[in-house]
Design a protein around this ligand. Structure first.
Ligand code: EPZ
Length: 433
């Protein structure tokens, strides 16, 4: 397995182009199953997760052609016919989001057999809301031996669906399925994340009739068939936020390009409160750490537009060097403090309390050490911390990072970071989100 070595203490200077969003790209790829016509996705991030989902789609009969165009990587997905509606455990367990193929397969063919994804390092992450929504749309669901067997031989039917709490994945999943249902579906308490808007707009470009995406109430008028389209993947707000925090941590001045600043508004507010100087343009954000030490700022993760759970670990890394004590509250996942013991290895002072809360007491300096990445965003937090730590930090298990950050070493070293990948001999066999 590869490792990343960082020599901390060099300020960052330069531009970082933000890639297309992983968490949108993989849902858009799944949505391509809804039509027999080609769907061309541009601004596609090159990631382990998109490659993995591509392998799964190929099992269903999707042909995938990749090329480079004016809008970055292009992926052409074409599924003239679903040749198999079976998603095996080995592929689904490696990436939870691949469970979201269930709805499109069911909507298109009337049946599907998809493995349950299992738990992961950040929490139990059940899929009960996904299944209840599909049942409400008229699917008959059975579970045997870790598989979901779903059937709707006469097609799905529109319904009124109230999610008991907000789930990004369940909203996206049910939204895709509802596009081909007979009649109208109304979702209440739907997630409002920008990736949902991206998915809904792409579905509309495919001929779907979705309105209200980005608000808690989404209405879908089912149509008989969807067509192909060209779609540019929305920018990755989590990648953008991660590099903004990296710049604040390492010092210097970094300009993010190809970004929509409003998608990381809350993060930028918190960074300003901490003492960062931030200016935004149409598609740019410039981050400069202000003079003196950063101030401690509290955060609480929330559904969009609140503070993103996917930036919690990275923000915590910044707070390890702030002046004073900050409270980090995690409300989305029950076990998302796995990075705390690793940050402590670098000299951070963090106490995890009951109820999903951590108290971070800023220290004068971090010192390089060997650390272990436990999940995607935890890996990013350790990289950020390593950029500021004195001496060498080695981040082990960086395959997590390759799932969600395109060319991270290249982007950071172009800004002067001393970062290199140490190639490992051992193949990556086990990948858990
Ligand atoms: C998406 O996960 C993202 N993943 C996550 O990013 C992100 O952290 C999360 O949304 C929240 O923003 C992808 O888009 C691929 P949820 P998702 O359903 O859809 C519980 C990353 O690092 N829940 O909104 O799985 C669940 O356990 C990843 O890129 C149920 O109980 O998140 C969690 O506590 C990590 N039953 C909460 O809801 C369900 O059926 C919110 O989860 C579904 C969810």
């Amino acid at each position: 397995m590869d490792r990343i070595a960082l020599e901390g203490g060099t300020p960052l200077h330069g531009d970082i182009p933000v890639s297309g969003a992983k968490n949108s790209a993989i849902k858009l790829m799944a949505a391509s199953l809804l039509t027999s016509e080609p769907v061309r996705l541009t601004n596609m991030p090159r990631l382990a997760d998109t490659r993995l989902l591509g392998r799964l789609l190929q099992r269903f009969g999707t042909s995938i052609t990749e090329s480079i165009g004016d809008d970055g990587q292009e992926t052409l997905l074409h599924t003239p016919e679903i040749t198999s509606a079976f998603a095996p455990y080995d592929l689904v367990r490696q990436m939870r989001a691949s469970f979201n193929v269930l709805g499109p397969l069911l909507a298109r063919t009337g049946h599907a057999k998809v493995s349950l994804p299992g738990g992961c390092t950040i929490g139990a992450r059940p899929v009960d809301l996904h299944l209840k929504a599909l049942e409400a749309l008229g699917a008959h669901i059975d579970m045997h031996e870790g598989y979901v067997f779903a059937q709707a031989p006469r097609g799905l039917k529109g319904a009124e669906i109230e999610f008991p709490f907000v789930s990004v994945g369940a909203t996206e999943h049910a939204l895709m399925a509802a596009t081909l249902a007979h009649g109208t579906t109304v979702f209440h308490n739907a997630a409002c994340e920008p990736e949902i808007v991206d998915l809904a707009e792409c579905l509309n470009a495919m001929g779907a009739k979705v309105s209200g995406a980005g608000t808690p109430t989404i209405t879908v008028e089912g149509v008989a068939a969807l067509k192909g389209t060209d779609w540019s993947v929305i920018c990755d707000r989590i990648e953008a936020g991660t590099y903004a925090l990296a710049a604040a941590m390492a010092g210097g001045e970094v300009r993010l390009t190809k970004v929509r600043p409003e998608l990381i508004g809350i993060l930028l507010d918190k960074m300003r409160q901490a003492g960062c100087e931030i200016t935004t343009g149409d598609n740019t954000v410039t981050i400069k750490r202000g003079p003196g030490r950063l101030k401690a700022v509290d955060i609480t993760t929330e559904v969009y537009p609140g503070f993103a759970t996917d930036l919690q670990a990275q923000f915590m890394a910044l707070m390890t060097l702030a002046d004073g004590e900050s409270t980090v509250r995690e409300t989305i996942f029950e076990n998302r403090f796995m990075h705390v013991p690793e940050l402590s290895r670098l000299g951070a002072s963090i106490a995890v309390q009951t109820g999903g809360e951590a108290k971070v007491t800023g220290v004068d300096e971090l010192r390089g050490a060997q650390v272990m990445a436990t999940d995607l965003r935890a890996s990013a937090c350790l990289i950020i911390a390593g950029l500021a730590a004195k001496g060498e930090t080695i981040v082990n298990r960086v395959y997590h990072l390759d799932r969600g950050f395109e060319n991270l070493e290249g982007k950071l070293s172009a800004c002067g970071a001393k970062i290199r990948r140490i190639k490992g001999d051992t193949p990556v066999e086990e990948i858990d989100e």
